[in-house]
Design a protein around this ligand. Sequence first.
Ligand code: AFP
Length: 332
Amino acid sequence: MSSTLITIERFLLEQQPHSAEGDLTTLFYDIALAAKMIAKQTRRSALLDILGYEKTTNIQGERQRKLDVYADEMIYRMNDHTGRLCAMVSEERDDWIPIPANYKKGKYVLVFDPLDGSSNIDTNVTIGTIFGIFRALDLNNRGRLEDCLRSGKELVAAGYIIYGTSTMFVYSAGQGVHGFTLDPEIGEFLLTHENMRFPEKPTYYSMNYGAYSYWDPGVQAFGDWLQTAQETPLSARYIGSLVGDFHRNLLYGGIYGYPAEKKYSNGKIRLLYEAGPMAFLAEQAGGYGSDGYGSLLEIKPKTIHQRTQVFLGNREIVQKAEEFIRKTNLSK
Ligand code: AFP
């Protein structure tokens, strides 16, 4: 635990002055405030009868959980009026979200998955919020769909909040990855994990082998290699929550993969507000994020809910996935 009490805002202002361009620092404050509200609800969801489903489905065709909708509303309401954003994109909303006409448009774009891992909510398993921040393309013409359809390499910052045994806010503004743990007694996120980096030696792999028969042959060959060809066998850990699996692998080393498969022919994970931000963090922590063919950060989404295959984690393991996929495709 850090001996001095350093909040996210103080860390940005003191440690990363060039990132703390005023608006960015306060934007992080706004996201952290929404995260505290969401954390409070996730701790009490069963007591507040906000488990279970809404009657609605989102554009993904997924039935919306009450907590999904609550988290989406919280982030939207904390950010629609601040004058820091000119557009938002949420997994829970069909189209990109303009700033209401009566509010000032800011220079940033916020893309987010308000609650990733929703299938875990009722089972009390770790869930998370994922976000990415872009600058508007043209400050004289800000708040357009074009401002939202951006590749991960254009991110100014990205992060996630993980609602687990404790609530953590993990982000990067381009100078390393830093983790802050919520002290619910004082309602502040305090620095506990400065400069998080993937350990050299991987420990875990996180892939849903239940879908193995639907994977491409190259991915199957990689999956076999992961399980059988390691000097020190890796341990399987897959909890159905990208944020939870990624966070563990960041701390102990490993890889998370969601390969394309029968039900998700392009992969399940959304490029703009899940894969891109997580790949940004992976690279900032010395790792790598790939769609199996190249860096996820290089892919520019054509639509805001575009999906992709992902491999995220220790660079050499992710590059091994690319190697197996390339070799198998060449032999076709
Ligand atoms: P949900 O938010 O719909 O639960 O999806 C979570 C997720 O996008 C990712 O966080 C998990 O790793 C993955 O899907 C789990 O998907 P499967 O249940 O198909 O393994």
